[in-house]
Design a protein around this ligand. Structure first.
Ligand code: CAA
Ligand code: FAD
Length: 379
């Protein structure tokens, strides 16, 4: 692996950093407090190309590699993890899933709108009784000839009320288990599709998480992604790349917290000197920097594996497992370095600490990442 970033990589990184500072930082505390979705900011992210970074330019995408995506995700997540989860779901679950497995008609219909931000996408796998145990899908998609009849409930869906396009995983042939599952494109406004109330969350409070209810929703057959029964593999393969996005989100949360802690430690005085002169603080900073560098290398390795068409299931899971742990540890220590000031909202680190936790839960909990990694090792 070549560790040198190209001019293009550095330009993407700088653009994302600039955008995050200029457009996401103002108002991030209020959006978190009021659980306000960053609608204007997401629109601008679409205009700047952050919502369909890896999509082929013929569908309106940026045609960039996964390394560029990791770099941009890190910068956006340093400032606003609520905005970066929208970016991650749209890029690596919805756009990637459609571009990789959709047919030409589906790609032409949805990708230009999803990459520009005119539409936002959602990925709907989890259910009240099927989270980690994702094969236990209760939502049904009954084959009615030229359409599927969709019934059931999805839980915890990011972009739940703001999306226009939903990739919904549902069971068509229960007797076939996971091989009987399909992935369907459901559009907002289809009759029988209701969005439940917004979840009141610990972190990423600006993001929009809802349950979704489907009651006799008629989904045309042409909205199925891939072959009949391909839905579970669709979900697993799409999530393998999605985990690189969430790993980069965790990396960004950690590096954002470290930057704040480093700056604060040089300003705050205790016992007549800046607290950065105390070795206990220096050691915390050293641990943070070392862990973050290791997390970054794992993210870049997974991105490189994906870009070079190597297997990235294990490296992506390792990146997510490790980066999310580093995000938790680093943000807790960043609050500690800030002392009492770290406990109040103005200093940002308490929000980053709350935001960090979700990275150990969604797109597969840390325990699930360990299952994925160890299964690969034991193959
Ligand atoms: N690629 C392709 N196929 C895969 C695969 C992959 N990466 N992983 C598994 N499969 C296939 C298997 O080959 C198997 O198919 P065959 O029997 O035909 O070979 C099938 O899927 C079932 O696999 P397992 O027997 O391994 O299934 P399992 O019940 O043991 O579960 C699991 C495997 C890895 C634990 C899986 O259930 C899982 O990933 N769970 C976590 C779910 C998850 O990550 N949810 C995230 C929701 S989206 C989200 O959270 C978005 C957000 O926050 C923003
Ligand atoms: P469970 O599966 O019930 O797990 C409970 C605990 O048991 C966890 O610690 C888990 O690791 C552990 N556990 C379970 N099975 C095992 C095992 N075999 N071995 C060891 N430990 C195990 N889902 C979507 O589909 N789309 C989204 O957009 C989306 N966005 C989300 C946004 C937020 C804010 C949240 C909170 C969740 C989101 N999710 C989404 C759902 C998320 O992916 C699930 O919450 C997650 O996969 C865990 O499922 P669960 O909550 O049912 O926990």
């Amino acid at each position: 692996m070549n560790f040198q970033l190209t001019e293009e990589h550095l330009a993407v990184q700088a653009a994302a950093r600039e955008f995050a500072q200029a457009e996401l930082l103002p108002g991030v505390i209020e959006r978190d407090e009021e659980q306000k979705f960053p609608a204007e900011q997401i629109k601008k992210m679409g205009e700047l190309g952050f919502l369909g970074m890896m999509v082929d330019p013929k569908y309106g995408g940026g045609g960039m590699d996964t390394i560029s995506y990791v770099l941009a995700m890190e910068e956006i997540s340093k400032v606003d993890a609520s905005a970066s989860v929208v970016m991650s779901v749209n890029n690596s679950l919805v756009c990637w899933g459609l571009e990789k497995f959709g047919n030409e008609e589906q790609k032409q219909k949805y990708l230009p709108k999803l990459t520009s931000g005119e539409m936002i996408g959602a990925f709907c796998l989890s259910e009240p009784e099927a989270g980690s145990d994702a094969t236990s899908q209760r939502t049904t998609a009954e084959d009615m000839g030229d359409y599927y009849l969709l019934n059931g409930t999805k839980n915890w869906i990011t972009n739940g009320s703001t999306a226009s396009v939903y990739l919904v995983i549902a069971q068509t042939y229960p007797e076939k288990g996971h091989r009987g599952i399909n992935a369907l494109i459901v559009e907002r406004g289809m009759e029988g599709f209701v969005v439940g109330p917004k979840e009141n969350k610990l972190g990423i409070r600006g993001s929009d998480t809802h349950s979704l209810m489907f009651s006799d929703v008629k989904v045309p057959k042409e909205n199925r992604i891939g072959e009949d029964g391909f839905g579970f593999k669709f979900a697993m393969q799409t999530l393998a790349g999605g985990r690189i996005g969430i790993a980069s989100q965790a990396l960004g949360i950690a590096s954002g917290a470290m930057e704040l802690a480093l700056k604060y430690s040089k300003e705050r005085k205790a016992f007549g000197v800046e607290i950065s002169k105390h070795q206990a603080i220096q050691f915390k900073l050293a641990d943070m920097a070392t862990n973050i560098e290791a997390a970054r290398l794992l993210c870049l390795q997974a991105a490189y594996d994906k870009d070079t068409h190597s297997d990235y299931g294990k490296s992506g899971a390792m990146a997510k497992l490790f980066a999310s742990k580093v995000a938790m540890e680093t943000t807790v220590e960043a609050v500690q370095i800030h002392g009492g000031y770290g406990f109040v909202k103005e200093y940002h680190v308490e929000r980053l600490m709350r935001d960090a936790k979700i990275t150990q839960i969604y797109e597969g909990t840390s325990e699930i990442q360990k299952i994925v990694i160890s299964r690969e090792m034991l193959k």
